[in-house]
Design a protein around this ligand. Structure first.
Ligand code: ADP
Ligand code: MG
Length: 679
């Protein structure tokens, strides 16, 4: 019965021949033929993401036309994997294999394997249309389901409803997970009678675990020392360091590169001298001489790194060189890099969290779960026995939560609420979810959407709400774009929203300069949004030149990305919103209009200065106390502005408002009379 294409199978390239999943090809194909839902559990690196969609395509499993949609929680994984699979299958990205992530669509009518973010599939489904979303798919593969990202959970609910209604008929669902905790998925789809569970055993070598004897006060310093000690004393093999965020990665990269320069210098000057111990200043007989020390090749990887640089992590290290990869938890399960023998784990991760008291969503650095710690350690033992150095004490491990709670339980729900409404879900409270968010979180989301006029008192989307839902940015930014028409500054707001959505810093600031203000040339004293706008328009005036960007401390790649995003948002304004023209308020002398528009659009994110403590602000909705972030142009202003709008509330040990613009307190009652009274 198998309608496989042997010629294609034979072309399987060498790198994939040994993948454990290949032995399960027939079983997986049969399972999907016979069951509407298959849960596939397999160790990270076993070949799920790159091979399973291809199996299903080559065996022509689908009973209905449409593409095989494979969803990833992260856009970088969707893009990277699509490239990999396209090259394994010998085609160009955008042909048979493509990807669709927010602001980037590389698919065509020929595309059969469509890698996408789960958020994109939710959005496509909400937007409707015969060929979009779940309706346009023959098989939906939900990858990395164990991560339990909010969009994965929503998608699980959507495919469950689709299966119940048999719409589209013949739909098949494959849920892929890297951990053995598959029971919640099996139960969610009706238990083991309905769902076929397939397990692919991993090929894990033993990994020896080391802890620090005492807690580490400075995690970057501790990581630096660990990398160097390991480099000087351990046999060949690449190193993977898990750090919480981009900032930490950049700091460690800088420090390691400095050390590297020092080692090279010593090698030239004192080749036969023994390396000096970093801490005690003593050299020991077990340490190598400088001439024996290999080079370090440092490669960062995090979500907002440009794609060409992401690809570098996969390149094998040149002979005589040890590759050190500095990664966020992106390398925990969604990306597998060959050659890793050593893992250094800070035990920290950045997670989106909502403060249960204030309802404010923020990115927080927190300790990982035991499940994450095990996954991270496992990365060292994929090809041979390995070692993991945990930069925390052993008792800390036992105090960690067993698993990270699903994002939907700790996340702001407004965007999801609006998407579900746009999908025609009558009662969001009754929508099938593996884990139900707290009722208050849903109520808060509904309340917020009412405030911006997206939802009416009967809990139905308004015309405005339906309009906002078509815009691929947060409801708040969409609202700001909507308001911009009234102020006739849509061109300016488009640029600002595009830059804020680019997931990368426009201004390059080294840590030293961070106390200082924005690059002088773009300084605009009224606020950071206007600095962004100023940078964008001057870069545009200079024909988007890379040289102009680098001379002026601007991140060229981020600016280019903003242009792409801006064009897409503009298309939505024309097509879905029916805007015939995009008006501009003119140059910087008219930018008060932009500030007024920002206030009306983002009024839920205003903050007032404290009467007593002049450096402290209190946010309007959540009553959170926060300061202006040192990177803001308003930070040094004396006295500080009495009232601001902000686009980021940033909570570390202290709370900061980042990307802030001054507004006149008198505008509050004038522009938002329903929410701010006079006086
Ligand atoms: P899983 O989804 O089960 O974690 P994958 O299908 O992602 O596994 O990966 C299978 C293998 O393909 C891994 O050994 C990985 O190292 C390799 N691989 C994946 N992407 C790339 C890439 N871009 N370059 C080189 N090797 C890759
Ligand atoms: Mg995978």
């Amino acid at each position: 019965m198998e309608s496989e294409r042997p010629a294609k199978r034979a072309r399987q390239d060498q790198k994939t021949v040994a993948l454990p999943i290949l032995a399960f090809r027939e079983e997986i194909v049969r399972a999907v033929r016979q069951h509407r839902v298959v849960v596939l559990v397999g160790e990270t690196g076993s070949g799920k993401t790159t091979q399973v969609p291809r199996f299903l395509y080559e065996a022509a499993v689908a009973t209905r036309p449409g593409s095989i949609a494979v969803t990833q929680p992260r856009r970088i994984a969707a893009i990277s994997v699509a490239h990999r699979v396209a090259s394994e299958m010998g085609c160009e990205v955008g042909d048979l294999v493509g990807y669709h992530v927010r602001f980037l669509n590389r698919t065509s009518s020929k595309t059969k394997l469509k890698y996408m973010t789960d958020g994109m599939l939710v959005r496509e489904s909400a937007a409707g249309g015969a060929h979009a979303g779940i309706n346009g798919s023959s098989i939906v593969v939900l990858d990395e389901a164990h991560e339990r990202g909010i969009n994965t959970d929503v998608l699980l609910g959507l495919v469950k409803l689709a299966l119940e209604e048999d719409k589209p008929p013949g739909l098949r669902v494959v849920v892929m997970s890297a951990t053995i905790h598959a029971a919640p998925f099996v139960n969610f789809f009706g238990g083991s009678k309905e769902v076929k569970l397939v397990k692919v055993p991993g090929r894990q070598h033993p990994v020896q675990v080391f802890y620090t004897p005492a807690p580490e006060p400075d995690i970057i310093e501790a990581a630096l020392i660990s990398v160097l000690q390991l480099h000087l004393t351990r046999p060949a093999g690449d190193v993977l360091v898990f750090l919480p965020g981009q900032d930490d990665i950049e700091s460690l990269q800088r420090l390691l590169e400095e050390k590297q320069e020092m080692l090279i210098k010593e090698r030239q000057e004192n080749p036969t001298k023994r390396v000096v111990d970093q801490q005690g200043g003593l050299s020991t007989s077990s340490w190598p001489t400088y001439e024996k020390v290999q080079n370090l090749l440092v490669r960062p990887i995090y979500a907002s790194l440009p794609f060409d640089q992401q690809e570098l992590v996969f390149q094998p290290s040149p002979p005589g060189c040890r590759k050190v990869i500095l990664a966020t938890n992106i390398a925990e399960t969604s990306i597998t890099i060959p050659g890793i023998r050593y893992v250094i784990d800070t035990g920290l991760v950045k997670l989106k969290m909502t403060n249960p008291h204030t309802g404010v969503e923020m990115l927080r650095t927190v300790e990982t779960s035991q499940a994450s710690a095990l996954q991270r350690a496992g990365r060292a033992g994929r090809e041979a026995p390995g070692e993991v150095f945990r930069l925390y004490v052993e008792s800390e491990y036992h105090k960690m939560p067993v698993q990270t709670p699903a994002e939907i339980l700790r996340c702001e729900m407004a965007e999801v609420y609006m998407q579900l409404k746009a999908l025609g879900v009558a009662k969001v409270v009754g929508f099938p979810l593996v884990d139900k968010p707290p009722r208050e979180a849903l109520e808060k989301a509904a309340h917020f959407l009412c405030r911006i006029g997206a939802l009416d008192t009967r809990d139905d989307l308004t015309d405005l709400g339906r309009k906002l839902a078509t815009m691929p940015v947060s409801p708040l930014y969409a609202h700001c774009l909507h308001v911009s028409f009234e102020f006739e500054c849509t061109a300016e707001i488009l640029s600002i929203v595009a830059m804020l959505s680019a997931d990368a810093q426009i201004f390059i600031t080294s840590k030293k300069e961070r106390d200082g203000a924005k690059a002088k040339a773009f300084h605009h004293e009224d606020g950071d949004h206007l600095c962004l706008l100023s940078a964008f328009s001057q870069w545009k005036k200079h024909q988007h030149q890379k040289a102009f960007a680098s001379q002026n401390g601007l991140n060229h790649a981020a600016l280019e990305k903003s242009v792409t995003i801006r064009n897409q948002l503009k298309d939505v304004l024309h097509q879905a919103w029916g805007a015939s023209q995009i008006s501009s308020c003119g140059g910087p002398k008219n930018w008060m209009t932009v500030r007024r528009c920002l206030l009306k659009g983002l009024f839920t994110q205003t903050a007032r200065r404290d009467e007593v403590n002049q450096n402290s602000y209190r946010t309007f909705l959540s009553r959170q106390e926060a300061r202006l972030h040192p990177s803001s142009v308003l930070h040094r202003r004396q006295p500080p502005p009495p009232c601001v709008v902000y686009t980021e509330l940033f909570v570390t040990a202290k709370s900061y408002l980042r990307t802030v613009t001054e507004v006149d307190p008198a505008w509050l009652p004038e522009l938002c009379p329903r929410f701010f009274s006079t006086g």
